[in-house]
Every structure is written in C-alpha cells, then in structure tokens.
Design a protein around this ligand. Structure first.
Ligand SMILES: [Zn+2]
Length: 221
C-alpha cells in the first residue's frame, strides 16, 4: 500500500491506517488532500476499481457532525479523520470478501451501514487506547486549526482558551450536550444522573464548574 500525502496528514492517522490495512488486500493507495471538488463535501471515498482511498483533510476539518453531538472542536476534526479512514478501509475489507462488489455502480445501503458500524467500533477502541493528538501532531489540520483559533480569539476567547487548555488531555466533549444526543443519557433524569456521576468522580472530569467527558466515554455512549 502506498501513501500519497498532498497536504500533511496527521502522523497518527497514517499509523492507524497502515496498521488497519495490514490484512486488507484491496487497498492499494491512500491519498490525503483537502477540499477535493469531486467529493462534493464527502469526507472520504474508496474506489473499488483501483483500490484508492481518498481522505479529505479539509472536509474533515469543516464538517461538524461530532460537534453537534457535544464534542469539542479539536476532537471533532480528529474523530472525523479517524472515522473516515476506518469507514473507507471497511469498504476495502468488504471488497476482499466479495470481489463482485467492484462491478456495482452503487454500493447497497447495507454495506454502507456495515462500514459505518465497523468504523464506529474501531474508533471506540482507538480512543480507549490513545489520547487525541495535539495541534502540533495534527499536521496540516493542526495548522488550519491554529489559524482558526487566532481568528476566533478576539470574539470567542473563552472557547479558544478552553480548547487550548484541554488540548492533549483525555477530555473531548461537553458532558451535558453529549448526554442530550446520546442513547444512554438523553432524558432529563439520565442527564442529571450523568452530571452527578461526574461530580462524584465516577466518570468524566470536572474542571472548575464545567463538566466534561473523555473521548472514550463520549464516543462509546
Ligand atoms: Zn461508505
């Protein structure tokens, strides 16, 4: 498998991909780039006819799907990158098992769902074992985020300060927002229970008066 890095992919992402791809034969090349027109905003793609995975660092930076679930800004971008990589690798693994999939114009939804589910499990396992990389470890994506923080500093100093203070720690999500969109803690009582568990030191972390969850806790719930 060949890595073609046109922008500066996070080294940890490349490591995760190389490790995961070890036993997958259908992936021949992984290309990192940013804001690729043909992707139409998609975060990545796998082409079964030539075995090329594309990961769009730019779209992973700007897509806010994890933030909508209560994750912080740096965590959002990292989880997009990781989820995209594992999702596209899951498609390559599907092709290993069923080569005829390459003849289809469009992959049936069941294969999409399966790839997303597999990727979700990989992301949970990854966050169990690793901290989210720091800005300086995120390559091009980290540089973009630094520029964004500089721009935002005057209008949103608290948000920027919070991101930079917690950078490189286990903390990745705002507990209350995360609870609202989770399966386990979405009702008012369940959210209250989660916040109490944080106060009691059983889960998450309290910094001053603010309650957070670790990446692993927040991804798994
Ligand atoms: Zn897919």
């Amino acid at each position: 498998m060949k890595i073609i890095d046109n922008k500066g992919a996070p080294p940890e992402l490349v490591r995760a991909i190389v490790h995961e791809a070890e036993l997958i034969h259908s992936v021949k090349r992984v290309i990192f780039d940013a804001f690729i027109k043909d992707l139409n905003g998609d975060l990545g793609a796998f082409n079964p006819t030539n075995g090329v995975i594309i990961i769009d660092l730019g779209n992973c930076l700007t897509n806010k799907s994890w933030m909508k679930k209560g994750f912080m800004f740096i965590a959002n971008a990292w989880l997009n990158l990781l989820m995209t990589a594992f999702h596209e690798l899951a498609h390559a693994a599907q092709l290993d098992l069923e080569p005829a999939l390459a003849n289809l114009d469009r992959l049936p939804q069941i294969y999409e769902d399966e790839a997303t589910e597999t990727a979700g499990i990989r992301v949970v396992n990854w966050t169990d074992e690793h901290p989210i990389p720091k800005l300086n470890e995120l390559g091009w994506v980290g540089d973009q985020m630094k520029a964004i923080f500089n721009d935002l500093y005057f209008t949103m100093p608290d948000m920027v300060g919070e991101e930079l203070d917690l950078e490189g720690t286990e903390i990745a999500a705002y507990a209350e927002q995360r609870a609202h969109t989770s399966r386990e803690y979405s009702t008012e009582q369940e959210t209250a229970l989660l916040l109490k568990q944080i106060d009691d030191g059983m889960i998450g972390k309290k910094v001053g008066e603010k309650r957070y969850l670790t990446a692993y806790e927040a991804v798994a719930m």
